[in-house]
Ligand binder design. Structure first.
Ligand SMILES: Nc1ncnc2c1ncn2[C@@H]1O[C@H](COP(=O)(O)OP(=O)(O)O)[C@@H](O)[C@H]1O
Ligand SMILES: O=P(O)(O)O[C@H]1O[C@H](CO)[C@@H](O[C@H]2O[C@H](CO)[C@@H](O)[C@H](O)[C@H]2O)[C@H](O)[C@H]1O
Length: 449
């Protein structure tokens, strides 16, 4: 197995989804399960491996589905290497794997393995794939566009880092689908699994993949916004609709999933979380330390305001998590929450203002990224207008809610920008100035206001 582990380690280092870019992977094979190819094919083996990576401070577990072929007919871009006389390919690029995965999700197939297993769940019937295409791009998971036997177009998402516990990407989307949501693509099914915990203590249980409707002809919200800002095209109507859509999504979530009134203790916990983030960010980006007193004052003042109702929220809302379709308007995707936040926290009822703050930050990111172009593009007025239109659209559904919780919204916006400084420090250091200058600006607006 060392041969396989070495091959996968070298290959994984180059993958976008390898989550700790600054270190070399230190892999340990935990367990594997096998799935029968459908239709049967003696020249193909489909094996899903679970590797612990001991390189980061807290070990991470990766799901690595591999198709081992007797021939070399796989996609060269998905070639992992040669082991045991077979040619190994990244599973999601191979139709054999995608068909087997769909059969598993639809309950029409089983896995074989000693210490790792998987179990399908559907909200409809069986799921049979006619053809598939792996998407490439800047993603933390691997997505595949698959056409089903009945012609339905779907998007299959294979989680790469797998975690013990409930993944809100599935629990939120399942509840919204069952509640008849028109703001999200419908969930058809998913695969959950178990594998040995990397600590060696017992088994971990979590989600491995999901299949949802593909939104045809949809444009990515981030690209749409950057294009508009670059051309100086007004985005106010789109932003207003996005604000309305966000509020509608929140209403749907509140009716499909538990809600409760916040207590002072919840606010204390939220503040505690914000301060922990601030400390962690300051450790990695010491310049943030100079702003700490001002940030702390905004956090403290939020605690004195009225208490919000808590409910399921998106958790990492930004323009890259929305699609715009001519037919269906704004659609919300990727309910996984912030990747830097522990999984157990991500399904807890939270304040809707956290999502609103996330989207406000995203309009600022559009301007921030254009300011970094050569020559720079000044989109600050564009962003200010989009921001106001978004807030107006949100308020058109919820009335004075945001106004009543303005200080909490301010604190969430700052907290998000602090999170972004940490995220950028780890993934895109050249972009640190975008959230950093935002923190400075948000603080000086507080002093004026
Ligand atoms: N249901 C869908 N229909 C059409 N395109 C989608 C759909 N879901 C995701 N996408 C596309 O796939 C990309 C990655 O999806 P996302 O859920 O954000 O994955 P990740 O967790 O890897 O960030 C999105 O930016 C979007 O362009
Ligand atoms: O999309 P993910 O769930 O992986 O979210 C993470 O990555 C995002 C970057 O792609 C990051 O978002 C930040 O950059 C966006 C532009 O690329 C911008 O629209 C967002 O406002 C900004 O926060 C997100 O924070 C992170 O969790």
């Amino acid at each position: 197995m060392t041969e396989l582990t070495e091959l996968v380690g070298t290959w994984m280092r180059r993958q976008r989804w390898y989550s700790t870019k600054s270190v070399e992977p230190k892999l340990r094979l935990l367990a594997s399960f096998e799935t029968e190819p459908e239709p049967a094919d003696a020249g193909v083996r489909i094996v899903t491996h679970f590797f612990a990576d001991d390189a980061p401070r807290t070990p991470r577990v990766y799901q690595v589905p591999v198709v081992a072929r007797d021939d070399r007919d796989g996609d060269p871009a998905a070639f992992i290497g040669e082991a045991g006389g077979r040619h190994l390919y990244d599973g999601p690029a191979e139709e054999a794997y995608v068909s087997a995965l769909a059969a598993l999700m639809g309950g029409a197939a089983r896995t074989e393995g000693r210490d790792a297993h998987a179990q399908g769940h559907t909200l409809g019937g069986t799921i049979a794939v006619r053809s598939s295409r792996r998407l490439t791009g800047e993603q933390s998971n691997t997505s595949i566009v698959a056409e089903l036997d009945d012609g339905r177009l779907t998007l299959i998402k294979v989680f790469r880092v797998v975690q013990d516990g409930e993944n809100p990407d599935i629990s939120t989307l399942a509840a919204l689908t069952q509640g008849g949501s028109r703001r999200t693509p419908a969930l058809l099914g998913w695969l959950s699994g178990s594998w040995p915990a990397p600590s060696g203590q017992g088994a971990a249980h979590g989600e491995l993949a999901l299949v949802q409707d593909f939104v045809p002809g949809a444009e990515d919200g981030w690209e749409l916004a950057v294009d508009a800002a670059e051309r100086g095209e007004d985005f106010a109507d789109r932003a207003y609709d996005l604000g309305r859509g966000t509020a509608e999504l929140h209403r749907l979530m509140a009716s499909a999933l538990p809600t409760r009134e916040a207590e002072q203790e919840d606010i204390a916990q939220a503040l505690d979380g914000m301060f922990r983030r601030l400390t962690l960010t300051t450790t990695e980006v010491p310049e943030v330390g100079e702003l700490r007193a001002g940030i702390a004052a905004v956090y403290e003042s939020a605690a004195a305001g009225p208490l919000p109702t808590l409910q399921r929220i998106h958790g990492d809302l930004h323009l890259g998590q929305v699609l715009h379709s001519g037919e269906r308007g704004w659609q919300f995707i990727d309910f996984e929450g912030e990747p830097l936040r522990p999984l157990a926290e991500r399904s807890l009822p939270d304040a809707t203002m956290r999502d609103v703050a996330g989207m406000l930050r995203s309009f600022d990111y559009v301007a921030g990224s254009l300011a970094q172009r050569q020559p720079p593009v000044d989109a600050s007025a564009w962003a200010a207008r989009a921001r106001q239109a978004y807030l107006d659209g949100y308020a058109s559904v919820v009335g004075t809610e945001l106004h009543d919780h303005q200080r909490l919204l301010d604190a969430f916006e700052l907290d998000k920008a602090v999170y972004e400084i940490l995220y950028e420090a780890r993934h895109r250091p050249a972009w640190i100035p975008i959230p950093f200058t935002a923190v400075q600006r948000l603080l000086s607006a507080q002093q004026v206001g």
